[in-house]
Design a protein around this ligand. Sequence first.
Ligand SMILES: *Cc1c(COP(=O)(O)O)cnc(C)c1O
Length: 229
Amino acid sequence: MSMIVENLKTVLSEIESARSRKNFAIDEPVTLIAVTKNHTVDLMQEAIDCGVKNIGENRIQEATEKFQTLNREATKHLIGHLQTNKAKQAVKLFDLIQSVDSEHLATAIDKAASSLEKVQDILIQVNLAKEDSKSGVYEENLQDLILKVDALENIRLRGLMMIAPNYSDVEKCRPLFRRMRKIFDELKLRRKNFDFLSMGMTHDYKIAVEEGATLVRIGTAIFGDRNYI
Ligand SMILES: *Cc1c(COP(=O)(O)O)cnc(C)c1O
C-alpha cells in the first residue's frame, strides 16, 4: 500500500478542521479534487479506490491518454489553460472546465458542446492578483464575460476559479481568497446553479477553506512531488 491512504486522511481532516474554523457558511460542503497531472493512471486509480471522487488534470493530451485506460468512475475537472482548438476534446473529456477566461474560448466550448449535444459546466478563472504568468480574466472584466457566457446555450456557469500567487508567506493569500469569496457571494445572490468556488492548492488550501473555498485542488500533499511522465 502506498502512502496516499495516509496523505488523503491527513488532507481530508485538515479540510474538515479548516471548515470548522470558518465563521460563515459552516454547512457548505468542501469537495476535494485530487490533482493527478504528471502522475500515472495507476496512482489515479489507487486514489479513486481510496474514496477520491473528483480528479483534476491540466493538459488535454495527457488526460486523453490517461482517461482511455482508466477503468474507474470519477468526476473529471480540467484545471489548466485550454486552447480554443482543443475545446472539443475538452468537452468530450471533462465534467467541469474550470479555466474559461475569454469570450473566444467560451464560444468554442459552446459550439463543441452543441455539436456533442451536451451542456458543458464551466467555471470562469479569475486572475485576481493580475499575475502575468497566469491565465484568467481580470476582476474588472468579469461581469462582461459573464454576460457573454450567459448568452451561450450549451454552457452552464457553475462558479469561479482562482490560483493564488505562490507567496512564501502563505498568509498573504488570505485577503485574495476573502475578496474572491465576496465576489462569488455577490454573484451567487442573483444566479442559479452557482455553487463552486475553486481555490486552494497544497500550500494554501487550509486558508482557502477558511475563507470559503468549496472546491480545493490538491496534488502534492496527496501524491508527493510530481514525476514528469
Ligand atoms: C498543479 C495544480 C494544482 C495542484 O497543485 P499542488 O501544489 O500540487 O497541490 C492545483 N491547481 C492547478 C490549477 C494546478 O495546475
